[in-house]
Design a binder for this molecule. Structure first.
Ligand code: TXA
Ligand code: MG
Length: 360
C-alpha cells in the first residue's frame, strides 16, 4: 500500500491557494469579549499567532499562569513568554530595554521574535520561573492583536501543546491536545509560519540566539551590526537524564540522508512493516506499506506544514517515521533544529558504516 500526500492536504496546491484566500483572520466581537472575560476570570484561552497557537492566561494572575503548567503537564520552573499588543507598556514588564532590543523591536515587532530581557519588579515568579529575566513577544496575527488590545494587559502563553509534544498550528490541534480543559479556543485558521518564534537574549551589548525561527540569524546580525553569540538552546540540549524530546511525535522518528530516503523506506518496510515518510520529493519508485508526504523544497511551506505533516504521519499507524534530511542552507535552520529535537535517531550516510547513530 502506497499512500501519497502532497504537503499538508490531499491536493496541497489547490488547497494552499484556497486556504490562503479564506484564512480566518479576525474574531467576532462576541468571541473576543468571551475570551477577555475568561482571562479576567483566571481561565485559559488558546489563541492563534503567526507562529503557533498559544495557551494563554492573564500574566498578572499567578494562579491562572499555574493552570497553564497543569494543563500542559509542564515542569513548574519553566519560564513562559509574555505577549503584548505593542511595546508601549514594555516598561511595566522589563527593567531596562537593551539598545539592541530596541532596534530589533523596531525591525521585527509585531512579528515572530521573542526577546529575553531583565525582568521588571512587578513580574511574578510564575512567569519567569524565578529567573531575573522575562521573555516578551509582540505577535502580528490580527486575532492575537485583537485579543491583546481588548484585554489590555500581558498574556502569558507557551505553545498550546502538551509538554514535549508537537506544537499546534490549527485550532483543531489544540482541541485534540486539551479537549474541554481549555474553555475558549479562538480559531484563526492555519498559522502562517508554523514554527515557534526566534528567541534572543542580551549580554553586555551582545545578542545570543537561543532558538532559531523565521527571523534568521542573518537578519538579526543585519540589524544589530555584530556577530551573534552561539545559542545555548532554551529547550535544553538532549543530554542523558534531561527532559524528553521536544516537538515530538509518538512514533519513533529517524532522519535519513537526503539521497537515501527510498533505500531506507524499502529497508524499513521490509516484511510488511508500515512506514511513514516525510520527504521533499515524490518517491523514485512505488514502495509497499509506505505513507509518503512530499513536503516540497521551499522552507516557507515546509516549515508552515511541518507539525501538521508530523501529526498526520503519527496517526498513520506506522512503526517508524523517516524524514529526508533537509538542506544545510539559509532558511532551513529552524526546521533543522525542530527535526533534530523531534527525532529519536539520525541515520548516517551509506558512505560511512551505514549504522544508525542514536541521539544522546
Ligand atoms: O512562537 C512562540 O514563541 C510561541 C507562541 C505561542 O508565542 N510560544 C512558545 O512558547 O513557543 P514556549 O513556552 O513553548 O517556548 C518558549 C521558550 C521556552 O523554551 C522557555 O524556556 C523560553 O522560551 N523562555 C521563556 N522565558 C525565558 C527566560 N526568561 N529566559 C530564557 N528562556 C525563556
Ligand atoms: Mg513549546
Amino acid at each position: 500500500m502506497l499512500c501519497y500526500h502532497t504537503g499538508a492536504g490531499p491536493a496541497a496546491g489547490l488547497l494552499e491557494f484556497v486556504s490562503s484566500m479564506v484564512r480566518i483572520v479576525r474574531a467576532t466581537q462576541v468571541e473576543i469579549e468571551t475570551a477577555v472575560q475568561a482571562l479576567r476570570d483566571g481561565e485559559l484561552v488558546a489563541f492563534p499567532t503567526e507562529t503557533v497557537y498559544g495557551l494563554g492566561a492573564n500574566a498578572q494572575n499567578p494562579a491562572a499562569v499555574r493552570r497553564i503548567f497543569e494543563a500542559k503537564g509542564r515542569p513548574p520552573h519553566h519560564p513562559v513568554i509574555v505577549h503584548l499588543d505593542s511595546p508601549r507598556f514594555l516598561h511595566r514588564w522589563v527593567r531596562e530595554v537593551p539598545e539592541s532590543a530596541s532596534r530589533l523591536a523596531e525591525a521585527f515587532w509585531p512579528g515572530p521574535l521573542t526577546m529575553v530581557m531583565p525582568r521588571g519588579a512587578q513580574v511574578h515568579d510564575a512567569i519567569t520561573g524565578g529567573q531575573d529575566t522575562i521573555a516578551i513577544r509582540v505577535p502580528a496575527h490580527p486575532m492575537a492583536q485583537q485579543l491583546l488590545t481588548a484585554f489590555g494587559g500581558g498574556i502569558a502563553a507557551p505553545s498550546a501543546n502538551r509538554y514535549g509534544r508537537l506544537s499546534p498550528t490549527r485550532a483543531e490541534h489544540v482541541r485534540e491536545e486539551f479537549g474541554d480543559t481549555v474553555r475558549v479556543v479562538l480559531d484563526g485558521g492555519e498559522c502562517q509560519i508554523g514554527l515557534e518564534s526566534t528567541i534572543v537574549s542580551f549580554e553586555q551589548g551582545d545578542v545570543r540566539l537561543l532558538r532559531p525561527g523565521s527571523v534568521t540569524a542573518a537578519q538579526i546580525r543585519g540589524v544589530v551590526g555584530r556577530e551573534l553569540l552561539p545559542g545555548a538552546n532554551v529547550d535544553s540540549p538532549r543530554v542523558p537524564g534531561s527532559p524528553p524530546t521536544h516537538y515530538a511525535p509518538l512514533t519513533p522518528m529517524t532522519i535519513v540522508p537526503a539521497g537515501e530516503i527510498d533505500a531506507h523506506s524499502d529497508a524499513a518496510s521490509a516484511g510488511g512493516r508500515r512506514v511513514a515518510v516525510l520527504a521533499q520529493r515524490l518517491p523514485l519508485r512505488a514502495h509497499k506499506y509506505v505513507t509518503w508526504i512530499n513536503a516540497g523544497r521551499r522552507p516557507e511551506s515546509y516549515g508552515r506544514d511541518l507539525y501538521t505533516n508530523l501529526r498526520t504521519l503519527d496517526k498513520a499507524g506506522c512503526q517508524r517515521i523517516l524524514v529526508q534530511a533537509v538542506p544545510d542552507a539559509e532558511g532551513w535552520e529552524a526546521i533543522r533544529d525542530r527535526l533534530l529535537r523531534a527525532a529519536t535517531s539520525v541515520a548516517e550516510s551509506d558512505d560511512g558504516s551505514g549504522t544508525q547513530a542514536v541521539l544522546p
